[in-house]
Design a protein around this ligand. Structure first.
Ligand SMILES: Nc1nc2c(ncn2[C@@H]2O[C@H](COP(=O)(O)OP(=O)(O)O)[C@@H](O)[C@H]2O)c(=O)[nH]1
Ligand SMILES: [Mg+2]
Length: 311
């Protein structure tokens, strides 16, 4: 996970250190200047872009490091690499902090009872799998979860979810194929309220985000279920496309938070960083595998550890 990103940040750190040492020359102690880094910025940005980091994000990282190093006094005998790495880490952390979600799902479930979460996203991003993982998250906290498929048309969509639910021992609200998704979700929410469920997880059909019918269908599901959170599931491998998906879903339906899947399959990691930097939405969880427990709460420190850690 994030191997290439680890390597590229290592090489960036060395390139910046080298530039600073050259500027330092024979002087024993000197202040680093913004320009010592900025004059190499094109080369540094290109290296980041080659690791799948979006151009604007790469620029932001390089400028962030240059600003943080500006005015730092360093002697020739100091560990320059360590100083640079520290500033690089800070610059990336500032970007990752934008994705932090300040809520607490377990607390929310107790308050709302039932807490209603609608999951949206294009086909294949990992929506159904993620719902199964989130169901597991809540049951591990001792909460009563109901899962409902708002996708009543695609053959196999309900089946897939039903199989996950039976493996997890979580009730699944069944609907007739072809029935109106809005009506099914409405009935499911009423059922959950009557039966004292803590959480209702609502899957929706995933077609393309450019598909107006899909957007109308989700809007209707949202209207009838009045979810506490509209959660967009994004595949971390898709980079800029994920950013476009976030924009479209936000425009038509509104997005409260995101879940970023397949971090484990993300060899470079650059696209994940770019998505976190650019979607303008908090991230509740990240998916780190295909198993039910492969879901982690989004934590910038954990991501930084993957990039800069020694393992
Ligand atoms: N490696 C990995 N695979 C995932 C993750 N989340 C989902 N998948 C896989 O992505 C594929 C599509 O998932 P699915 O839930 O059916 O996507 P949906 O069409 O959005 O409902 C499946 O093979 C999942 O096992 C993840 O975090 N890591
Ligand atoms: Mg699905």
């Amino acid at each position: 996970m994030f191997k290439a990103l680890k390597n590229v940040f290592g090489s960036i750190r060395s390139a910046i250190s080298k530039g600073i040492s050259e500027a330092l020359g024979a002087i024993a102690s000197r202040e680093i200047r913004y320009d010592d880094i900025a004059k190499r910025s094109d080369e540094l940005v290109v290296r980041l872009v080659e690791a799948d980091i979006a151009y604007e994000v790469a620029e932001e990282i390089v400028i962030g490091v240059a600003k943080r190093l500006d005015g730092v006094r360093i002697s020739r005998f100091e560990d320059l690499d360590a100083v640079v790495e520290d500033k690089l880490r800070e610059a990336i952390k500032e970007i990752l902090l934008r994705g932090v979600w300040k809520g607490d799902l377990v607390k929310l479930a107790a308050e709302r009872k039932p807490l209603k979460l609608v999951f949206m996203g294009v086909n294949g991003v990992g929506k159904t799998t993620t719902i199964a993982k989130v169901a597991r998250f809540f049951t591990k906290h001792g909460l009563k979860v109901l899962v409902v498929a708002g996708d009543t048309f695609r053959a196999g969509a309900q089946e897939q979810l039903a199989i996950h639910c039976s493996r997890l021992g979580v009730p699944f609200f069944r609907a007739k194929y072809g029935s109106d998704p809005g009506a099914v979700v409405y009935d499911a929410v009423r059922h959950a309220e009557k039966q004292g469920y803590d959480v209702v997880l609502i899957d929706t059909a995933g077609r393309q985000h450019t598909d107006r019918d899909l957007m109308e269908e989700i809007k209707k599901i949202v209207r009838v279920s009045k979810p506490d959170l509209k959660i967009l599931v994004l595949d971390s491998l898709t980079g800029n496309d994920a950013v476009n998906q976030a924009r479209e879903f936000d425009k038509y339906v509104g997005v409260d938070a995101a879940i970023l899947t397949k971090l484990d399959a993300n060899a470079t990691g650059g696209s994940a960083i770019s998505i976190i930097a650019s979607i303008g939405k908090p991230i509740i969880f990240v998916g780190v595998g295909q198993g039910y427990d492969d879901l982690e709460q989004y934590d910038p420190e954990k991501i930084l550890e993957r990039i800069f850690g020694r393992e």
